[in-house]
Write a protein that binds this ligand. Structure first.
Ligand code: 0X9
Ligand code: ZN
Length: 269
């Protein structure tokens, strides 16, 4: 999404569908694109965001796994890659990035749901995304990965108990986003560093993106809190995505305010 051609324009990346069974996630990416194109120049928040940054949207990072959940096994998580010496299929793409790769919270066993792969970026899906982010890291300010479920807004780190260097900025952003969701939709989202909020989980895309310099890096876990889990019914799609949308807006506007209005006038002077 690139709605003007300002010089030195920054960008946000959003990926959906890393995990095959988390169907609300690809739905969010599509709704986000539709909302952006429908409400640019109508809604002031999305207008300000798209005036100040491009958005790269990857609607399904794990297309083989996603297809498999539609045709064979609704609860499949990993990709569908096969490997010599084992009949087990698939790598957890969110354990395949080079951030404390395959330490506690991931598994070297190809038969496990959290298999980390043979080496970091061994999978075409994670390699392609890592290559794209590496080559655009100077313009991409925000990395956002959409998952489900459990209603959480997660900041680095998940791959260790360390605190991110700009922890207080990140924490303030997810706190505000959760407050806005609560105020507008009465839904409760918890928030904080992954390792302390959910569990230690190394090799994730968010920590890796953070470590290459994309300092506003987030993973969202959308609805619900466990009632339907991954099987969120169609009637809940719009509501779940509206909650995520308000969180995206809160964070993007805050990043623009912090980085672009502060430095913008000086850069052009
Ligand atoms: O475990 C995961 O990959 C994510 N939770 S999920 O239930 N959707 O599988 C959480 C990812 C948090 N970030 C990292 N672990 N880096
Ligand atoms: Zn997930």
């Amino acid at each position: 999404l690139s709605l003007n051609n300002r010089p030195n324009k920054k960008a946000m990346w959003i990926d959906c569908g890393i995990h095959a069974r988390e169907w609300i996630s690809p739905a969010f990416c599509l709704i986000f694109v539709h909302y952006s194109l429908s409400f640019y120049n109508q809604n002031p928040d999305i207008t300000q965001i798209l005036d100040n940054m491009d958005v790269y949207v990857m609607p399904v990072m794990n297309p083989d796994g996603y297809k498999y959940t539609w045709t064979k096994n609704r609860m499949w998580r990993k990709n569908r890659s096969s490997k010599k010496n084992t009949s087990c299929i698939g790598v957890d793409l969110n354990r395949n990035f080079d951030a404390n790769w395959c330490t506690i919270g991931a598994s070297p066993d190809p038969c496990e749901e959290i298999y980390c792969g043979a080496f970091p970026e061994s999978e075409p899906e994670s390699l392609a995304v890592a290559n794209f982010l590496r080559s655009h890291k100077d313009s991409i300010q925000i990395y956002l990965s959409i998952h489900s479920y459990s209603q959480m807004l997660i900041i680095p780190y998940s791959c260790s108990m360390d605190e991110a260097e700009n922890h207080s900025d990140l924490y303030e952003m997810v706190k505000q986003a959760a407050e806005n969701i609560r105020r507008y939709y009465r839904s409760v989202y918890t928030y904080g560093p992954g390792a302390k909020t959910i569990y230690l989980a190394p090799g994730g895309s968010d920590d890796w993106a953070y470590n290459i310099g994309i300092k506003y890096s987030f993973t969202f876990e959308l609805q619900d809190r466990g009632h339907y889990g991954f099987l969120l019914p169609p009637s809940h799609i719009q509501g779940a995505c509206n909650e995520a949308l308000i969180a995206v807006k809160t964070i993007a506007l805050k990043v623009i305010e912090k980085t672009q209005t502060e430095t913008g006038p000086r850069e052009t002077a």
